[in-house]
Unconditional design. Sequence first.
Length: 544
Amino acid sequence: MALLLVSFFAWVLTILAPCVLPLLPVILGASVEDSKDKWRPYIIIAALSVSIIIFSLLLKATTLFIWVDPIVWKLFSWVILILFWVITIFPNIWKNLSTKLGFMSKSNHSLGESSQKKWITWSILVGMSLWPVFSSCSPTYAVILAVILPVSFLTWLINLFAYVLWLWFVLLLIALLWQQFIKKMKWASSPNGIFKKILWIIILLVWIAIISWFDKKIETKILDSWYFDITQIEQQILDKVQIEEEISEQQLFRFWLETDTSKISIDFNWILSGWPGKDGIPSINNPKFVDIDEAKKEMDFLTDNSRWISVEVGWEAKFYPYEILVWHEIVNDTIWNKKVSVTFCPLCWSAVVYNREIDWVELEFWVSWLLFDSNLLMYDNKTESLWSQSLWESVVWSYLWTQLLYEKSNLMTLEEFKNNFPKWSVLSDDTWFSRSYWYVPYWDYDESDDLYFPVANVDFRFNKKELFYIVNDGDESIAFLLKDLREEWTWEIKIWSDIYKATYNKWIIDVKKGPEILNWYYEMWFSWVNHNVENKNVWSINEN
């Protein structure tokens, strides 16, 4: 019940957030028309509300839409909105065209009736087309999708209806107030006046920003100035709500995980499900590799600037492209006779290469589709214990507290890999799975400030998604800010009596503690802070 109340009032806060700004021009523009079209904004708002419910369910219940490039949805939205803009600004074009094609009779009665049907149809289409533009930055919306839906469809539907009801109410209130303003300002209500023309020019500019993704960049800059991030208030309210629909051991069985939760080292309340269950994202367990030249010929999505993880063990090196890892997250491999798991969590960009031999037992790590603080929880193929990728240890069941050893890796471009390791190989897209490796299924997640899933703590010293090099040495965890390390090329820090020196050169990095070379990995700021919040010996370099 508490969450239902939070869901009901969430949009009162998030309507003030910059993520809803692209919606407002359409609502305001539709509200300045003649009185005969006064129902247009209400139909648009209703169609948007219905589409949010429908597409929220479809996106979580099926993988159908994950195959569709996000630019397709953007183009669909943009085409509908541009046509709507043209018809509104130049109504005679539509009228003449419809008459020539026989869509309208030349009689005034039929013309009026057809015109009314036309605007109702167009209003519904415009409302539905706003769904790709809509991107809720509400933490409550994320909880409803990530926590409630996997547990109870009915509870999810009730909470989502409550959330969308406020969306409908607030946008409707804005439309009504705007209409009243237009009525009082006679100069603004003229159908051919300068005010209306300026408004529709602004709307056109907004839609150009949408198709070019510039709107997301603006939203990110606004959110980066934390003063305007109204969702922080919502998150604080949400943190105080006891969510009863938490994942229990029985629910783990529902996701086909045979994991005993009697042994656990993390807060169970923050284990969330990404839906639909284990292996929904299939790991690559029999990887194929090709040489660099063959990789560029066979995989069209690869360019010299394609970047991601390279791993060097002994006299062997391999390159794992981001475009493949983002679809599979784990590659169980063998490099120079060493059993490794190359792991990547797209939600926090934590890229870690682990030794997968534990006490002389060879394990394979697979994707559970469960998350802890928006980070990948892996499970092993022997006991189905859960392992935290960011904590690099088992957190649930028989391997509890067993730590993983991670291997040295580098983040570099394909061209840099070729220059450093010209004789070695690249992971092939012949993975036995049908995936669209030519595009990223996480839309503009990397560029926005939004998180898909709620986290326990947020630290605003840096942008949440700022990328860091992480070095763990005993009880010490050290984070080197990537962009500053690029500029400085070398960075040195003294912790107690030890000196740690990071050296950066053409995407190759070495971190030394005296003569000892330490291994390291990548992770976004929000994830590193959350997973080290109880560690007193945590050091972040280059704090502003």
